[in-house]
Design a protein around this ligand. Structure first.
Ligand SMILES: Nc1nc2c(c(=O)[nH]1)N[C@H]1C(S)=C(S)[C@@H](COP(=O)(O)OP(=O)(O)OC[C@H]3O[C@@H](n4cnc5c(N)ncnc54)[C@H](O)[C@@H]3O)O[C@H]1N2
Ligand code: MOO
Ligand SMILES: [Mg+2]
Length: 418
């Protein structure tokens, strides 16, 4: 008799997965390698930024007091005593009505306390004149104005991106302490599966989930090991999974998790002695998504249907893997948007619709990205988000406010609209 599975709410399933995360250790890697990794130590300012008072403009460093009373009718003269390019320091203190030529980024010389831009001066034989008074601090970029020594700037658990790398470089981190990354095994199950380069033959389809999941991992910067495809043969499949579990930190399988005669994953979890956290989630697509744990290893049993597979990855594998890596913001970013089309079909399960969001004169709108069943592949390609429609008896109409989960900021906008 077919097993009747009890669906659990999506939020509960996510919480169960996150509750089983055991953070990986840390390692030190070169700054160059650190893009996309997760900081295992906070970035605390090792020194002031900028480290010295400096000029934000090309101009002249003066004593503000000497500019007192300057006006169009009373131009005040200054004598130039030297020049300071960025990287150099002025040797002399600035005296009354003296000035240094100073370039953007150069250290303010002793006794100077304001900078006059070139454009605000008229050159003379000895130097220049100005027509307005300056206050102490005018056009000075002060030491520590960006970050002051000892300040906690970025907490541990943050993703390292280009800006983080700039900050680490600023403080002289040639190496960064980051969390270890899991190596994730990817196995596509299904006797019907052909390789990408195979010609179609009756009854078979090409394996799209394997390449997709590997690309989803790549988008997270998570290394993977591919186990290709396995036919729906219990022993053969068990053998590959056992091997994969020895060689990886977590395993993602696709297909074979439902109740069909050749859906062997449930039996394999039992054979392995893995603890199944859930095998039915109140969501569509991906209701049969199964997550199991064996020791400290996750087994993500994603559904074979492409849209269900994609959604299961983003909802469960993504936050789990990011959390393993110490990330404190592992969930998909979200927005509120107005529905751009009616979605009248009520659903007992929470529905995740592959969709396209865009900014319009009417605010953010989101429209389904075409054929949207669990077996759809085309709408995954078109979508840049998931519309979340909570379960219930009513449908949704154009203009209703809905939640969006954002996927892949690398899909840019076609127009420059600002
Ligand atoms: N009696 C029931 N039947 C089904 C149920 C159910 O609850 N009771 N659940 C349905 C739901 S919902 C889904 S989703 C699918 C899930 O099936 P499986 O996860 O067991 O996956 P498979 O049976 O292996 O394949 C399903 C579907 O996806 C295609 N597939 C599989 N792998 C790939 C791949 N790597 N690339 C592209 N396409 C793939 C496969 O050919 C099937 O068409 O079960 C429902 N049935
Ligand atoms: O798991 Mo199925 O994708 O709900 O259609
Ligand atoms: Mg099946």
């Amino acid at each position: 008799m077919v097993e009747i599975r009890k669906p659990i709410p999506v939020a509960e399933a996510v919480a169960q997965v996150i509750g089983h995360v055991q953070r990986l250790g840390t390692e030190s890697i070169s700054l160059e390698q650190s893009m996309g990794r997760i900081l295992a130590e906070p970035i605390v300012a090792r020194h002031n930024v900028p480290p010295f008072d400096r000029s934000p403009y090309d101009g002249f460093a003066i004593r503000a007091i000497d500019s007192k009373g300057a006006s169009g009718d009373n131009r005040v003269p200054f004598k130039v005593i030297g020049e300071i390019g960025a990287g150099y320091v002025g040797g002399l203190p600035v005296g009354p009505h003296e000035a240094y030529r100073i370039m953007t980024g150069a250290q303010i010389p002793e006794s100077a306390d304001a900078v006059v831009m070139f454009e605000q001066t008229v050159e003379t034989e000895e130097g220049f004149t100005i027509r307005k008074p300056f206050e102490t601090g005018d056009n000075i970029s002060y030491a520590g104005e960006d970050a002051s020594k000892g300040e906690m700037l970025i907490p541990s658990g943050t993703l390292i991106h280009a800006g983080t790398i700039a900050l680490l470089a600023t403080f002289g981190y040639a190496d960064a302490v980051v969390y270890r990354q899991p190596v994730v095994g990817v196995l596509s199950t299904g006797t019907e599966l052909l390789d990408v380069s195979d010609d179609l033959v009756p009854g078979k389809i090409r394996n799209s989930n394997g390449p997709m999941v590997k690309a989803q991992l790549k988008r997270l910067g998570v290394p993977y090991k591919s186990y290709g495809t396995s036919s729906d043969d219990l022993d053969a499949c068990t053998e590959v999974i056992e091997r994969a579990l020895q060689e990886t930190d977590a395993l993602i399988t696709t297909g074979g998790v439902s109740v069909g005669d050749f859906d062997h994953l449930p039996a394999i979890y039992e054979r392995l002695g893995a603890k199944v956290l859930f095998n039915k989630v109140a969501m569509r697509p991906g209701s049969v998504t199964t997550v199991a744990v064996l020791g400290d290893k996750f087994l993500f049993g994603l559904s074979g249907n492409p849209s269900a597979c994609f959604t299961g990855f983003e909802l469960f594998a993504r936050p789990a893997l990011l959390s393993l890596m110490g990330c404190t913001a592992p969930y998909l970013p979200y927005l509120k948007a107005k529905l751009a089309e009616d979605f009248t079909k009520p659903n007992p399960f929470t529905r995740f619709i592959r969709a396209v969001w865009q900014m319009t004169g009417n605010g953010v709108t989101a429209a389904p990205a075409g054929f949207n069943k669990s077996n759809a592949v085309s709408s995954i390609a078109r979508g840049n988000c998931l519309i979340v429609l909570p379960s219930g008896t009513r449908g949704y109409s154009t203009g209703d406010e809905v939640d969006l989960l954002l996927i892949g900021a690398e899909q840019g906008a076609e127009d420059w609209v600002l």
